[in-house]
Design a protein around this ligand. Structure first.
Ligand SMILES: Cc1ncc(COP(=O)(O)O)c(C=O)c1O
Length: 480
């Protein structure tokens, strides 16, 4: 494929960047959720076909705009579903810089500059921020799922012989993210080898039930090898009791992994970091910078107390890479620290944001997420008929509209409708989840671009929607 002539490239680049800048600046005024209606799907399908001859930049950009127009704007300040993506403009610029240099960050030979940044950034996070020992280290990966998978592989290799694998058991809570079960599946474990331990009324893993599950499994000849603790569950932001989990792991000689894909960022917020006390006792930790560290997608980390455990699981050699072989542990080849060989220099965009934003601003932005959920809670508490099902923690709150005299199934329908109407009106996008058997509205509010006043107005708006829907609740059939 031929390269564009230089002048054309510059013009093309300016046009693309111009569109992107305009797009980023207008996100707050755009629809939060925009899904292709079934009857229009074919329009996009037609554009998707490759063109036999070069298309014009104007036509291609306009098609791109149309295609990207249909999406959930996860980076919209009023998108509260799943884990939103409050990616900062600086992270986006860091991403551009990264693709421009297009570094192969697999080995020191190929990327000694970016690898030195990756090594130092990870060492700083591991030792100064988490509190891990000198031996600690880690690796940047594409996200939380890959970080969890990587840690699980290390846990398996450190705690089990090959022959023991079929008898092994891993313990999670019933609130643990699905990527852990997926990771264990990829590693060859059967789903019956995962014990989902029930939670207490605060949605934290019950350590009493965990202890008895371990005893029961040992008594029946199984081999417990791993406990996964949650450092901020996706549903409610709950943090499991790490000091207690660490004590159990030590007594039983189990690997303790913390899934901090979402919540580990609280470690960079001075006034909130105590919520994660004990996390330094975990053997490994997942941490997503594309969640609460304001990065564009594809930026996660796996961190471990002993970096040698990563190399013993992921270390690799091949004849054709011999010129790039690792010459000293202090000059790491990151392809020996995680699952990927060819990998972008993901640390660089995080470094770029850290440099330009400064840690104080990051601390403030994380704290703001905590505060937004707390503001939502105090606004809801002032209104009649709203029930807080899980209090604000880690920027997440779950609640429902619950006027008296409405049967349970109708309440579920009513709250689903409240979410749908709020999205239809472009007020905000609180999606739904289920907690303790009931359907609830869930707000995950980590966008620095949303003010406390706006959050108060959103809660008022939800209340108005709820009241407007009430007359249509059919008490006899239970249909809204
Ligand atoms: C707690 C938790 N762990 C893991 C993941 C998976 O991360 P990713 O989507 O980056 O693979 C998520 C995603 O939301 C999460 O919330």
């Amino acid at each position: 494929m031929g390269a564009a002539p230089k002048d054309d490239f510059a013009e093309l680049a300016h046009k693309v960047i111009e569109l992107c800048v305009q797009e980023r600046q207008t996100v707050p005024s755009q629809p939060i959720v925009s899904i292709i209606p079934a009857q229009n799907e074919r329009d996009i399908g037609n554009i998707a076909k490759p063109s036999q001859v070069p298309a014009s930049i104007e036509a291609t950009l306009s098609h791109a705009e149309k295609i990207f127009g249909y999406r959930v704007r996860m980076d919209h300040p009023r998108f509260f579903g799943f884990i939103p993506s409050p990616a900062s403009d600086l992270s986006w610029l860091g991403e551009i810089l990264n693709s421009a240099y297009n570094t192969h960050a697999g080995s020191w030979y190929q990327s000694s500059g970016p690898s030195a940044v990756e090594k130092n950034l990870l060492s700083w996070l591991a030792r100064d921020v988490i509190g891990y020992p000198e031996t600690a280290g880690g690796c940047f990966v594409s996200g939380g799922s890959m970080a969890n998978l990587s840690a699980l592989m290390v846990a398996r290799d450190q705690k089990l012989s090959f022959e023991e694998r079929t008898k092994a058991v891993a313990y999670t809570s019933d609130q643990t993210h699905s990527s852990l079960a997926k990771g264990l599946g990829i590693l060859g474990f059967h789903h019956t080898q995962i014990r989902k331990v029930p939670c207490d009324d605060k949605m934290r893993i019950s350590t009493t039930l965990l202890r008895s599950a371990i005893e029961e499994d040992k008594a029946s000849g199984k081999i417990p090898f791993l406990i996964v603790g949650n450092a901020g569950t996706t549903n409610t932001g709950t943090v499991d009791p790490f000091p207690e989990l660490a004590a159990i792991a030590k007594e039983e000689n189990l690997w303790l992994h913390a899934d901090g894909a979402y919540g580990a960022s609280a470690l960079l917020c001075k006034s909130r970091r105590s919520i994660l006390n004990g996390i330094e006792l975990c053997d490994s930790l997942s941490w997503d910078a594309h969640k609460w560290l304001f990065q564009t997608y594809g930026c996660g980390m796996v961190l471990v107390q002993n970096r040698k455990n990563l190399t013993s699981s992921f270390g690799t050699t091949a004849e054709y890479t011999q010129d790039a072989a690792e010459t000293a542990e202090s000059l790491p080849n990151f392809w020996n620290y995680g699952p990927e060989l060819t990998r972008p220099a993901r640390a660089m965009k995080l470094w770029f944001s850290f440099q330009l934003l400064g840690l104080d601003a990051i601390d403030d932005s994380i704290n703001h997420g905590f505060e937004l959920a707390e503001i939502a809670q105090s606004s809801l508490e002032r209104l009649p008929d709203w029930e807080i099902v899980s209090s604000a923690q880690m920027g997440i709150i779950c609640f429902r509209y619950k006027p008296s005299g409405i049967p349970g199934a109708s309440l579920d329908d009513l709250n689903t409708k409240i979410s749908q109407k709020a999205i239809e009106q472009n007020l905000a996008a609180p999606l739904t989840t289920r907690l303790k058997g009931v359907l609830v509205l869930r707000i995950c509010s980590i966008h620095p671009g949303l003010s406390g006043e706006e959050m108060v107005a959103i809660i008022d708006g939800l209340d108005q929607i709820a009241q407007s829907l009430l007359p249509s609740v059919n008490g006899t059939t239970g249909v809204v």
